[in-house]
Design a protein around this ligand. Structure first.
Ligand SMILES: [Cu+2]
Length: 162
């Protein structure tokens, strides 16, 4: 009798776990483990600057869409995902709540496009310093070291040079 009860309970528990899994929205499967973060860096700003900007290349190495839902850092009061654009010749930027990467998709956080807006640094940050930035993907997150570097020097490559 006890054995039978145990079997029933085990089966019931398995069934409820399966149901729980089925009931989760697809976005809940998003996993920062599939998020590859390359070439992270923070653009050096004058001491006392209220904001700084962080860049990186993000790739989704998984087989399901991955949604970045937020970011934070112990070195900044807040970190927001922003998107820059040109509107009628004016440079604008807006706060983006989430960024979804399809399987295999690569998104570059770079000047003139997506970037991490780093607000109110809690300590001086100069070239050579590093900040830890956490990117959240729903229930999981990834923490990455962002080195501070001088503004990027764009390398001009003449067409056909490579
Ligand atoms: Cu911004």
């Amino acid at each position: 009798m006890t054995l039978l009860l145990n079997m029933i309970m085990t089966t019931t528990r398995r069934a409820s776990i399966a149901l729980l899994a089925l009931g989760l929205p697809a976005a809940a499967w998003a996993n920062c483990a599939n998020l590859k973060i390359e070439d992270p860096w923070i653009r050096e700003a004058p001491p006392g600057a209220m904001t700084r900007v962080g860049f990186a290349q993000l790739s989704n190495k998984g087989t399901t869409p991955l949604t970045i839902t937020g970011a934070s850092s112990p070195d900044f009061a807040s970190v927001e995902l922003h998107l820059s654009s040109l509107e009628a010749g004016q440079a604008r930027m807006r706060h983006v709540e989430t960024l979804t990467l399809d399987p295999g998709q690569v998104v570059r956080l770079e000047p003139g496009s997506y970037h991490l807006m780093l607000m109110q640094a809690s300590r001086p940050l100069a070239s050579g310093d590093e900040s830890l930035i956490e990117l959240r993907c729903d229930t999981t997150s990834a923490v990455v070291k962002f080195p501070v570097r001088p503004p990027q020097v764009l390398k001009y490559q003449p067409p056909g040079s490579n």
